[in-house]
Design a protein around this ligand. Structure first.
Ligand SMILES: *[C@@H]1O[C@H](CO)[C@@H](O)[C@H](O)[C@H]1NC(C)=O
Ligand SMILES: *[C@@H]1O[C@H](CO)[C@@H](O)[C@H](O)[C@H]1NC(C)=O
Ligand SMILES: [Zn+2]
Ligand SMILES: [Zn+2]
Length: 441
């Protein structure tokens, strides 16, 4: 808050001191508040809109899973080449990181994920997935198109950028921890803030949704092998039955949240996988159970993980079985930076009207964007897609999932505006710090 007050003050001062800036310059104090609508108008131009739609459909037809986004990144690189935007490739196997602006600090990042899901598309349309068993059912095809749209807008206004916008095309959001790999590749070393968005079919088009603080849960996956001793199903005394042990494990896991968690601290433990047995008359040797757990703080995530391990091994032992528990993946909660929330609110409000910028409740879903937020102040928001004219859209990960392509300009303009105005404000803050420094001298 204090920071923002200073920013407004500095913008005011700059406005007074630099009357020579052309009046339509996006980066004069008067023009700053016009950037969002200026960028949106640019994004809505038929050439830019059709270009984004074309990119999105091309990627939709050829969905690729995490760390296999080779054709997708080839397309991205070809477009960045045409725009004359420098980039680093490969980053985290299949990722691309582009740079628009001065090439100097401050750096602000905008991010799109690129991967598809291992599922069969059930929507019959002209640009249906051409790859059996793979589909862009989470909108990451649209995310890529919007980030390229933002690249085009920012390139158009490149001379006026007060620093560098880092375009992060990230692989493997759904599985495999792509964000973590991008960080490990040291691709975001000097970045001061990062923004990300997700399309949301159940919220109205033309509106955006977010909140400061925790917005999506952290958590992880678990998988346990419960081993007993197989044998004849009619002679149970000669076997050690892992099916009964696994059943008790599943029931006991329910008690972690119902009996151990603070009712005001939202948590989930779900067993979503149960594999064992194959015959009516055979007790199997072993059973596999697995699932996911979610919570809003890193501490609670670690606590759940420990209790899941203890409950599975303990309860299996009660039934004379052995259990080994694995935690193949875990992820932190998505926590939005407070100052960036103010920034988002202002920029999105200027673009859409403040009544279209809505606060939302946190949800138990997760995003690997949270890995960026552990290292860099970050902000994640949702872009509504619901338009009553088209009827009810299906949720993410449904085989009937569809994109309302009308929102592509909005997403690209939001990306570009959040980044461009952030750079300006951050630059002002640097001036402010330098000013203080000189005063002290
Ligand atoms: C919904 O779709 C109709 C028809 O394409 C369009 O005129 C209208 O502006 C859309 N509404 C929103 C909020 O996008
Ligand atoms: C459990 O592990 C112990 C120690 O390795 C082993 O002696 C025992 O046979 C195992 N029990 C089952 C049911 O696998
Ligand atoms: Zn998804
Ligand atoms: Zn997604």
């Amino acid at each position: 808050m204090v920071f923002l007050k200073w920013v407004s003050f500095i913008l005011f001062v700059l406005g007074q001191c630099v009357p020579t800036l052309p009046s339509d310059s996006s980066f004069s104090s008067n023009g700053l508040s016009q950037i969002p609508s200026k960028f949106l108008n640019f994004a809505k131009k038929p050439e830019l809109f059709d270009w984004m739609v074309g990119i999105r459909r091309k990627i939709h037809e050829n969905p690729e899973l995490g760390f296999e986004e080779f054709e997708t990144n080839k397309l991205i690189r070809a477009e960045l080449d045409k725009l004359g935007i420098n980039y680093r490739y490969p980053v985290a196997t299949t990722g691309v990181v582009g740079y628009v602006g001065t090439g100097k600090p401050p750096f602000v990042a905008i991010r799109a994920d690129m991967d598809a899901l291992a599922m069969q598309e059930m929507v019959d349309w002209e640009h249906k997935s051409k790859i059996p068993g793979k589909m862009h059912a989470c909108g990451h095809d649209a995310h890529v198109a919007m980030l390229l749209g933002a690249a085009k807008i920012l390139k158009e206004y490149q001379k006026e950028l007060q620093g560098t916008v880092v375009l992060v095309f990230q692989p493997a959001e759904e599985e495999g921890g792509g964000a973590e790999k991008v960080l490990e590749a040291e691709a975001l070393e000097d970045v001061d803030a990062i923004f990300g968005l997700h399309v949301e079919p159940r919220l109205p088009a033309g509106e955006v949704f977010s909140r400061p603080g925790p917005i999506l849960a952290g958590g992880g996956y678990f998988e346990a092998l419960i081993s007993g001793k197989g044998g004849h199903a009619a002679i149970p005394q000669r076997s050690i039955d892992p099916i009964l042990a696994a059943s008790n494990v599943i029931l006991s896991l329910q008690h972690i949240v119902s009996r151990e968690a603070d009712p005001l601290d939202s948590q989930v433990v779900t067993v979503s996988k149960f594999q064992g047995g194959g015959a009516f008359n055979v007790i199997p040797d072993s059973v596999t159970v697995g699932g996911t757990f979610r919570a809003f703080t890193k501490e609670t995530v670690m606590q759940l993980r420990q209790r899941i391990d203890e409950v599975i091994t303990g309860q299996a032992a009660v039934q004379r079985c052995n259990a080994s528990v694995n935690f193949p993946e875990s992820f932190p909660p998505t926590i939005n930076h407070e100052v960036l929330h103010e920034h988002f609110h202002k920029v999105a409000g200027e673009m859409l009207g403040i009544h279209k910028v809505k606060d939302m409740k946190p949800t138990m879903g997760s995003e690997d964007f949270s890995f960026f937020q552990e290292e860099i102040p970050g902000y994640f928001f949702f872009l509504g897609m619901q338009n009553q004219t088209f009827g009810q859209l299906q949720p993410e990960h449904s085989p009937h999932f569809q994109i309302n392509e009308d929102v592509l300009p909005l997403g690209s303009a939001l990306h570009a505006s959040l980044a461009a105005t952030y750079l300006f404000e951050f630059q002002s803050q640097l001036h402010l710090q330098q000013g203080n420094f000189h005063d002290e001298l």
